[in-house]
Design a protein. Structure first.
Ligand SMILES: Cc1ncc(COP(=O)(O)O)c(C=O)c1O
Length: 369
C-alpha cells in the first residue's frame, strides 16, 4: 500500500529496537529457562510494598487518576530535594522525552546528540523534522567540550545521558558547570538520568542544582530501573516551575496510570528495599566487572546497572551464542561498536550463569581461530 501523505521525516525514522523479551526467546528457540540481561531492568522489583499498593489499587481502575498528580509530585520532590512544582510526570522516561522534544523543537532546528547514546533521542528528534548533529564520545564518555564547540545559531536542544547508555560512563559536575556557562541563552539541555541511582561517584554532575539555579536544563528520571517498576511505566522531569507548566500543557492530561502511581508512591514512602537492592546491584556490578577483566576483556567502568565490555570477537555473534544458551544480552553493533556487549547486572545466580556461558563461548571461539 502506498502511504501517501505521511511526512518524509516520519518515513525516514529508524524504528527503536528494544531488547528481546523472555517470551520471544522462549518461543523462537523453544527454551524453558531464559535469563534476561538485555534491557537493564531490576531483577528484584517490583518491591513488596509496591506490589501490595498496586494490588490494592486495582479496584480503582475504572477511575481516571488525579490529573494534578499532587501526591506523587510531592513525594518525588521530597526524594530529590526540590519543591513539588519542579516536578512533572509521564508514561516512563520515554513519554517525558517525547513531550520535551515537542516543547523545544521545530522543523529545521538543530539538535545535538552524542554519537553513542540512547537511541530514542535521534528517533523523536527526526520525527519533529530536526537536523541532527552527532558529536563523538571520547574514551566512551560524552565529551561536553566537543558538544559545546558544535553549537551553532540553529542549535535548539542538546540531549545528554548521564550515566550514558550503553557505555555506563558519566560526565562530571565541573565539566557540566563549565558546559552550561558556554551555552547561548536559547539552547536547552535535557539530561536523561535514568540510571542516576546507581552512581556512586561524588564528581557526578549535579544537574538538579543547575535547575534550581535557573539554568535551561530539564532532568529526566524514571521508576523503571532502581525502583523496579519498568512495566508500570512512570517517569518524571525536574525543571523550573515555568518550564513544568509548559511540559504539563504539552503532555496528554492523564499521562501516568493508577498502577504505576500506586507502586511508585509506596516505594518512595518506604525506601528500605529500594536501598538494599540498589546496594546489592552496585556490589554485584563490581563482581561481574572484575570477572570480565580476569578474562582479559576491555571493561568500561560502569555507573549504571549494566556493564559495557569489548571482546576480540563480533558482539552480535556472541549475543547469538548466548541466546542459544537462554541468556539475552545486548550487542552494541547498532551503536557502531561491533565488538561490544552491554549486559545488565542481574541476580548473583544469573550473573554467574552469564559469566560461565561467556567463558565457554570464548573457549569455543578461541579454538575456532
Ligand atoms: C537512558 C534511558 N533513558 C530512558 C529510558 C526509558 O525509560 P522508561 O522505562 O522510564 O521509559 C531508558 C530505558 O532503557 C534508558 O536507558
Amino acid at each position: 500500500m502506498a502511504l501517501n501523505g505521511i511526512p518524509k521525516a516520519i518515513m525516514q525514522v529508524k524504528p527503536y529496537v528494544p531488547g528481546k523479551t523472555i517470551e520471544e526467546v522462549q518461543r523462537e528457540l523453544g527454551l524453558e529457562e531464559v535469563i534476561k540481561l538485555g534491557s537493564n531492568e531490576n531483577p528484584y522489583g517490583p518491591f513488596d510494598c509496591s506490589i501490595k499498593a498496586m494490588q490494592e489499587e486495582l479496584v480503582n481502575l475504572n477511575l481516571y487518576p488525579d490529573a494534578s498528580f499532587v501526591e506523587i509530585k510531592q513525594l518525588i520532590g521530597d526524594y530529590i530535594g526540590v519543591p513539588r512544582d519542579y516536578v512533572a510526570v509521564s508514561h516512563g522516561a520515554e513519554g517525558m522525552l517525547e513531550t520535551l522534544v515537542r516543547c523545544f523543537v521545530e522543523v529545521g532546528d538543530q539538535v545535538i546528540i552524542p554519537s553513542v547514546t540512547y537511541g530514542l533521542y535521534s528517533e523523536i528528534s527526526r520525527v519533529m523534522g530536526a537536523e541532527i548533529k552527532y558529536v563523538p564520545l571520547k574514551s566512551h564518555t560524552i565529551d561536553l567540550s566537543l558538544i559545546s564547540g558544535a553549537v551553532n545559531s540553529k542549535t535548539k536542544l542538546i540531549w545528554l545521558c548521564n550515566p550514558n547508555n550503553p557505555t555506563g560512563t558519566i560526565f562530571t559536575d565541573d565539566d557540566f558547570k563549565q558546559f552550561m556557562q558556554s551555552l547561548p541563552d536559547r539552547v536547552w539541555v535535557v539530561v536523561d538520568e535514568a540510571y542516576a541511582e546507581f552512581v556512586e561517584t561524588p564528581e557526578y554532575a549535579n544537574s538538579v542544582q543547575a535547575v534550581l539555579e535557573g539554568k535551561q536544563v530539564v532532568v529526566v528520571r524514571t521508576f523503571s530501573k532502581a525502583f523496579g517498576l519498568a512495566g508500570a511505566r512512570l517517569g518524571y522531569a525536574l525543571a523550573a516551575p515555568e518550564m513544568i507548566s509548559i511540559i504539563d500543557k504539552v503532555s496528554e492530561p492523564f499521562n501516568a496510570n493508577r498502577i504505576g502511581l500506586a507502586g511508585a508512591k509506596a516505594i518512595l514512602s518506604d525506601r528500605r528495599d529500594f536501598e538494599r537492592f540498589r546496594k546489592q546491584i552496585i556490589s554485584d556490578r563490581s563482581d561481574v566487572a572484575a570477572k570480565l577483566k580476569e578474562m582479559g576483556l576491555e571493561v568500561i567502568t560502569s555507573n549504571a546497572n549494566f556493564i559495557f565490555f569489548q571482546t576480540p570477537w563480533d558482539g552480535r555473534l556472541l549475543a547469538q551464542n548466548f541466546l542459544r544458551l537462554g541468556i539475552i544480552v545486548r550487542p552494541t553493533a547498532d551503536w557502531g561498536l561491533p565488538n561490544g556487549i552491554r549486559v545488565t547486572v542481574g541476580r548473583p545466580e544469573e550473573n554467574e550463569k552469564f559469566i560461565k556461558a561467556l567463558r565457554k563461548t570464548i573457549e569455543t571461539m578461541e579454538k575456532e581461530v
